[in-house]
Design a protein around this ligand. Structure first.
Ligand SMILES: [Zn+2]
Length: 157
C-alpha cells in the first residue's frame, strides 16, 4: 500500500501529446496558447484546486466575516479570501475588492457603521476577540493583501 497523494483525486489535464496540451508538441505550456481549465468553485487551475482540503463540514460561525481585498491581492490569484468564504458555512463571509470602503456600497456602509463590527488589525488599542460581545453576533472585518497594501486601504466606519 502506498502512502501520500492519489493523483486520481484531481482532474489533471492530460492531452496525451507529451504534456504541453496544445497538440503540436513544441513545448509551449497550455497557458501560453489557451486558458487552463480551472475549478469553478475556487477559480484555481484544476491541478492546484484546494477544494478537497476545505473543512468538512464547513465551519459554523455566529457572526459574519467581511473581507476587504486590495486589488493587488485579487490579481495574485491564490484566492485565500475565497478559501475562507468557501470554508465557512452559509452566506456569512463576503469579499469586497477595492481601496476605499465603503464607497457607494450601501450594504457595506451599514455593516461598517454597525457598532458590532470590528476591524481585525494589530495596534496599541487592539482588544482580544474574547473581549468583544454583541447581542446579534459580530462582524469581523479582515483586510486582505500584503501589509503595505493593507496600510493603504481606507476604511470609514
Ligand atoms: Zn477548486
Amino acid at each position: 500500500m502506498e502512502d501520500g497523494f492519489a493523483l486520481g483525486d484531481f482532474d489533471v489535464c492530460d492531452s496525451g501529446d507529451g504534456g504541453d496540451g496544445d497538440g503540436d508538441g513544441d513545448g509551449h505550456l497550455d497557458w501560453c496558447t489557451r486558458r487552463r481549465p480551472s475549478c469553478p468553485s475556487c477559480e484555481r487551475p484544476r491541478i492546484a484546486c484546494w477544494c478537497p482540503f476545505l473543512p468538512s463540514p464547513k465551519v459554523r460561525i455566529d457572526g459574519r466575516v467581511l473581507i476587504l481585498q486590495h486589488p493587488g491581492e485579487a490579481k495574485r490569484g491564490v484566492r485565500t479570501a475565497l478559501m475562507a468564504a468557501r470554508g465557512i458555512h452559509g452566506d456569512r463571509c463576503r469579499i469586497v475588492v477595492g481601496r476605499k470602503f465603503p464607497g457607494e456600497d450601501q450594504e457595506l456602509r451599514r455593516a461598517l457603521e454597525d457598532p458590532d463590527t470590528h476591524l481585525l488589525y494589530p495596534g496599541e488599542d487592539s482588544k482580544e476577540l474574547t473581549e468583544l460581545q454583541g447581542p446579534r453576533g459580530r462582524t469581523l472585518v479582515v483586510l486582505d493583501g500584503t501589509w503595505d497594501e493593507a496600510k493603504c486601504v481606507e476604511v470609514q466606519h
